[in-house]
Design a protein around this ligand. Structure first.
Ligand code: MEV
Length: 440
């Protein structure tokens, strides 16, 4: 076995961790310099980052960019976005500006219920279980009062609880399905604390007062599938608004081709995954900027995209009598207080950029950014193709990879002013520049 198992790694100081890493992984001096060079100069801020997750030895920077001109329900917002992919923010900004001039985004929160489950097995009959549950339900709710009191003051709390049988495929398996309101918080810790406390009480009450079967708790955990915490966002207008977009197409032709592209994503999972990925390009960037949980939002969105049995597009287009309506409906469990949203200084700054939105307003902003990203991607795909804009934005990264000097970079940039960028062409161009000017 190469290397050796280390015990107590988490107890080592940062420099001891790096010494171990250098020996274990034969890390280059350059990599070590990067790890050391990305610490925050302010020890107080560095301390905050070090408390966010474990075993850290550095900070991982990603750019935070701004997409201005997002007119959402009549309010003009600047949207902070964190992403590693060039062209995502530019694309969202273009779409935001276009739609700001045509009525903006119309967003509506369709529900804010979150949920969690206490999974268990029960040896008795389903009828006895339901009867016993009806008898102890109030006591179960009382058992979590100390946890729910503060949330209730903020307008949240436990909304409902019910027993659900897992069905014939998993006989004897049940769940206590609990729904929650979590006010301005995403609420994961709140939900899990309620569920774990309630599970303990459930088990003891069934022993004490139940009809005499065996109840075994399997696990208690929130569900990240939150179809009842959902937002809809749409843009609409006469197809003539697209007339100036593409010199070779009328607005009507553009709208029809756009609708065809969405139809493909609705009916073909291979295309739907890429289509939805483009939506998440925008949504994840806002989720990250505001310190929310992008894994939860992604997992939930993809499950929702499969709700009819086949993975499909999250967005839709309607086109009739020259009227175009493009919409996105997706579950989104986000918060504006608690967790990383409160701890990470840049999440705080992002929320301030957004004007301190409520959780529901943040849902609307995230959905609008997803719809904007989707609009821009489809607009490119059905006209110039995606590479033209994308590679233009990516050119800086290519020049950096090729270690082009500022003079060489300028020559290559001007070469690509009216052409689609490619790595191969940039690389051979650089080679020929260097061959012609060996000293540059
Ligand atoms: C690239 O990150 C996203 C796109 O592939 C999305 C799409 O195809 O709709 C451009």
């Amino acid at each position: 076995m190469p290397g050796h198992i280390i015990h107590g790694f988490s107890k080592l100081s940062r420099s001891e961790k790096l010494t171990w890493l250098r020996d274990q992984e034969k890390l280059s001096e350059a990599a070590l310099a990067h790890l050391n060079g990305h610490l925050h100069p302010d020890p107080k801020l560095q301390g905050i980052y070090e408390e966010i997750s474990e075993n850290n030895v550095s900070n991982y920077y990603l750019p935070l960019g701004l997409a201005p001109n997002f007119l959402i329900n009549g309010i003009l917002r600047t949207v902070p976005m964190v992403t590693e992919e060039s062209s995502v923010i530019a694309a969202a900004s273009h779409a935001a500006k276009f739609w700001a001039m045509h009525g903006g985004f119309h967003a509506e929160v369709l529900g804010i219920l979150k949920n969690g489950q206490i999974h268990f097995t029960w040896s008795g009959s389903e009828r006895e279980l339901h009867n016993a549950f009806a008898m102890i339900k109030e006591e179960l709710l009382q058992s979590v009062e100390s946890i729910t009191r503060r949330m209730e003051e903020r307008g949240g709390g436990v909304e409902s609880l019910e027993i659900r049988a897992m069905g014939p495929a998993l006989a004897g398996f049940y769940q206590l399905f609990v729904t929650f309101r979590t006010a301005e918080a995403m609420g994961a810790n709140f939900i899990n604390s309620v569920l774990e406390t309630m599970a303990g009480k459930f088990s003891s009450l069934m022993k004490e007062k139940g009809p005499g079967g065996i109840l075994e708790i399997i696990m208690s955990i929130l569900s990240n599938y939150t179809p009842d915490c959902r937002v809809n966002c749409h843009v609409e207008g006469d197809t003539h608004i697209f007339d100036p977009l593409v010199p070779t197409m009328t607005g009507e032709e553009f709208a029809r081709k756009f609708m065809n592209a969405v139809q493909v994503a609705i009916h073909d999972p291979y295309r739907a995954v890429t289509h939805n990925k483009g939506i998440f390009n925008g949504m994840d960037a806002v989720i990250l900027a505001t310190g929310n949980d992008f894994r939860a939002v992604e997992a939930c969105g993809h499950a929702f995209a499969s709700r009819n049995g086949t993975y499909s597009s999250l967005s839709n287009v309607e086109l009739s009598n020259g009227q175009f309506r493009f919409s996105l409906e997706t579950p989104l469990a986000v918060g504006t207080i608690g967790g990383t949203t409160t701890i990470h200084p840049l999440a705080g700054a992002s929320l301030e950029i957004l004007g301190h939105p409520t959780a529901e307003q943040l849902m609307e902003v995230v959905a609008a950014t997803g719809l904007a990203s989707n609009f821009s991607a489809l607009r490119s795909l059905i006209t110039t193709g995606i590479q033209r804009g994308h590679m233009k934005m990516h050119l800086g990264n290519i020049l950096r990879q090729l270690k082009a000097t500022p003079v060489e970079s300028e020559m290559i940039r001007s070469h690509f002013r009216d052409r689609t960028v490619s790595y191969a062409e940039a690389s051979s161009l650089l080679e020929s520049i260097r061959n012609q000017n060996p000293k540059q």
